[in-house]
Design a protein around this ligand. Structure first.
Ligand code: NAP
Length: 167
């Protein structure tokens, strides 16, 4: 089973502020949604309950990682009590690909299992960020830029789409 992680990060690797993502980038959101078809999604409980959760998870196979017993995911889906259990559920599903969708804690726990990272690098700083993507060792990953998007009237920041594959 292939394991991907998808995130949008700032120049300083910020991913979140106050339980939400710190930008609105509709064309990046469309890119994200395109990647999700045919994959089993894995999310931390806080990201699942963030404002994007309903749009991302409704109607897509997924599991939510939580320590809570009796947690009922609001948009369907399963519950896992560790990332390892989440990957086991993904393997048991009919999907050959798992996508980890954050947040900070779940990216950190899942990174050792990831084969590929799809990172949108947003050309901004987020001084009040409270969630970050984990530091990656560039020796272990080979990067390629698969697209660029300029700043425009619908996008307050330019961004680049980067694919990292494990070397
Ligand atoms: N920019 C992006 O691409 C992107 C993507 C995703 C999320 N985000 C942002 O990231 C932020 C959320 O990230 P976060 O790190 O605060 O939360 P998170 O990783 O989404 O969820 C954390 C929760 O996961 C559960 N958990 C963590 N470790 C666990 C373990 N070892 N075993 C079982 N369950 C475990 C716990 O749930 P319980 O408390 O229920 O036990 C914990 O509270 C938000 O701001 C969100 O908008 C950004």
């Amino acid at each position: 089973m292939k394991v991907q992680m998808i995130a949008a990060i700032s120049r300083g690797a910020a991913i979140g502020r106050g339980g939400d993502v710190p930008w609105e980038l509709p064309d990046d959101e469309a890119f994200l949604l395109d990647q999700l078809d045919g994959a089993f999604l894995i999310s931390g409980r806080k990201s699942y309950e963030s404002p994007q959760g309903e749009m991302i998870f409704t109607g897509r196979p997924h599991t939510v990682v939580t320590r809570q017993n009796g947690y009922v995911p609001a948009f369907g889906g399963a519950v896992a009590h560790s990332v390892e259990q989440a990957f086991e559920q993904a393997k048991q599903s009919r999907y050959g690909r798992a996508i980890v969708l954050g947040g900070e804690k779940i990216y950190e726990l899942a990174l050792p299992y990831a084969d590929e990272l799809l990172l949108t690098v947003v050309d901004t700083e987020v001084p009040e960020a409270d969630a970050y993507f984990p530091r990656i060792s560039h020796q272990n990953w080979s990067a390629s830029c698969i697209g660029r998007h300029p700043k425009d009237e619908r996008h307050a920041h330019a961004f680049a789409l980067m694919r990292y594959t494990r070397t």
